[in-house]
Design a protein around this ligand. Structure first.
Ligand SMILES: [Ca+2]
Ligand SMILES: [Ca+2]
Ligand SMILES: [Ca+2]
Length: 254
């Protein structure tokens, strides 16, 4: 009899224990698991969103390159950088039509492109560092590619040409310093996720390789994205411009 009472009490206690639900410790464990799951999902989701933006940026830059080459084919010159963010190129008034600066924003409006890249910034647009300081006089200067006269100012022999081995004009390297592109007249690019901070202060860029893309000189870096490097660029070399002009029927013989 006594044993049966004890068993009944034990059953009652067990039921009561079960019916009062989770203990605080159990709840805490569940919460920790849920937060860990959510964090993993959010990190995964943000990586997914970033890689989507990276792909969309690549598409935007390719469209910009095509639009710039088409513009050169139709008008006979390459556009200057936009220095006041109105989407239109800026040329000096007193320097024979030379570009106002060798660095600025992509003249998206002149090109009929969206103002912003998928990172919500205007793409940067850098041109040969000699172009804004050297006038085009006889077709022998790189600035002749940017001369906005009615007659095509550059020709087949306008530098840089293949024999100008060390005359790189603008130059793109990979992160190991290997040459990726030379004889480059214009670079179009995005500073990626850290665009705003990079634009406000180049020294705040994520790495020395990123700083190379915002320091305003003639050397740029392109490579696969990492934690410390997410810049993307595309470029236009002299041969591409000459080829496009020839296809459009311009006379490049003199
Ligand atoms: Ca402008
Ligand atoms: Ca960046
Ligand atoms: Ca540089």
């Amino acid at each position: 009899m006594a044993d049966s009472n004890l068993i009944d009490k034990a059953k009652l206690y067990h039921r009561a224990y079960r019916s009062r639900g989770f203990t605080l410790v159990e709840l805490a464990i569940v919460l920790v698991i849920i937060s860990a799951l959510m964090a993993t999902t959010l990190v995964g989701l943000s990586g997914f969103v970033d890689s989507g933006k990276t792909k969309a940026t690549q598409t935007y830059l390719q469209e910009a390159r095509t639009a710039l080459l088409n513009y050169a084919a139709v008008n006979g010159f390459l556009l200057c950088p936009d220095t006041d963010d109105d989407g239109m190129e800026d040329r000096g008034d007193t320097n024979g039509g030379e570009c106002e600066a060798d660095n600025g924003g992509l003249p998206y409006s002149d090109l009929g492109l969206e103002r912003l890249t998928p990172w919500d910034r205007v793409a940067f647009y850098a041109i040969d560092t000699d172009v804004d300081t050297t006038a085009c006089t006889d077709g022998g200067q790189k600035s002749c590619f940017f001369e906005s006269t009615n007659v095509l100012a550059f020709n087949r022999t306008t530098p840089p040409v293949s024999s100008d081995g060390n005359n790189f004009s603008l130059q793109v390297n990979d992160r190991d310093g290997n040459l990726a592109g030379r004889h480059i007249l214009a670079v179009i690019g995005s500073y990626g996720k850290n665009s705003a901070i990079t634009e406000s202060n180049c020294n705040s860029a994520a790495s020395n390789d990123e700083k190379e893309n915002c320091d305003g000189d003639a050397v740029f870096v392109m490579d696969t994205p990492t934690e410390t490097f997410d810049d993307q660029l595309i470029w236009i070399d002299a041969n591409a411009v000459k080829g496009q002009a020839l296809d459009a029927g311009w006379d490049l013989s003199n």
